[in-house]
Design a protein around this ligand. Structure first.
Ligand code: GSH
Length: 232
């Protein structure tokens, strides 16, 4: 059975959405990043990036949420656009735009707003600005079509949804109002039974809640690397 290595963060939840939408059988394997599971050798052999998600499907190993969505969509033939060169160009462009732009800027915007141990306004403002700029591009795209690639719900919408649900946490409680078309898509996907099941996946396991020193060491190893260097 397919193994899905996950926690409840946005990138794994996109993959949970696909698995639930497609009705695939899978075993959810918790990677508790606050406890440091991502740094264990057996997980690094699957995902050398020490992040979630990853999947193991027989002899196939795939890490990185965008790659997993594309792999599963192509394997099952589901949630893909029409099989034309033009549609393929759009699929790859938007999927990778989310993977390389929306996701990383959103993640850093959250980090500098909520978790950075310094209150330097520069990174906070830069990442908030770039996250907002990327979300505006997504919102504009959705202004005149129901889904990111046109008339059908695809893996690009799933990929967008993963991070979009975190916009209030990322940019402030009122921020979603800046992106009405995106808000419409988030509400529509959120109402799907598969999305409800994907969001509930974390209830299957107990993840560490405390952000204590050990969790910080596991999540932000550079802090400890910098301190160790300064102390040496
Ligand atoms: N490019 C990777 C990024 C993966 C990533 O950064 N995952 C985050 C969760 S969204 C992670 O593992 N962070 C540590 C944590 O959640 O504690 C992907 O899309 O899968």
């Amino acid at each position: 059975m397919l193994k899905f290595y996950y926690n409840t963060a946005p990138n794994p939840i996109k993959v949970a959405l696909f698995l639930e939408e497609a009705g695939l059988d899978y075993e959810a394997v918790p990677i508790d990043t606050r406890r440091g599971d991502q740094h264990r050798p057996e997980y690094l052999a699957i995902n050398p990036n020490a992040k979630v998600p990853a999947i193991v499907d027989g002899e196939v190993v795939v890490f990185d949420s965008g790659a997993i969505l594309l792999y599963l969509a192509e394997k099952t033939g589901q949630f893909l656009p029409a099989q034309t060169p033009v549609a393929r160009g759009e699929l790859l462009s938007w999927l990778l735009f989310v993977a390389s732009g929306v996701g990383p800027y959103s993640g850093q915007a959250v980090h500098f707003r909520h978790f950075a141990p310094v209150s330097d306004p520069y990174p906070r403002e830069r990442y908030a600005f770039e996250a907002r700029r990327h979300w505006k591009i997504v919102d504009d795209r959705l202004a005149d079509r129901p889904y990111m690639l046109g008339d059908s719900y695809t893996i690009v919408d799933m990929s967008v949804w993963g991070w979009a649900t975190r916009i209030p946490f990322m940019l402030g409680d009122e921020a979603m109002a800046e992106f009405p078309h995106l808000g419409r898509l988030v509400d529509e996907i959120g109402a799907r039974p598969a999305a409800k099941r994907a969001l509930a996946i974390g209830e299957r396991h107990e993840f560490k809640a405390e952000l204590d020193e050990d969790a910080v060491r596991n999540l932000y190893p550079h802090l400890h690397a910098t301190r160790a260097k300064a102390g040496s």
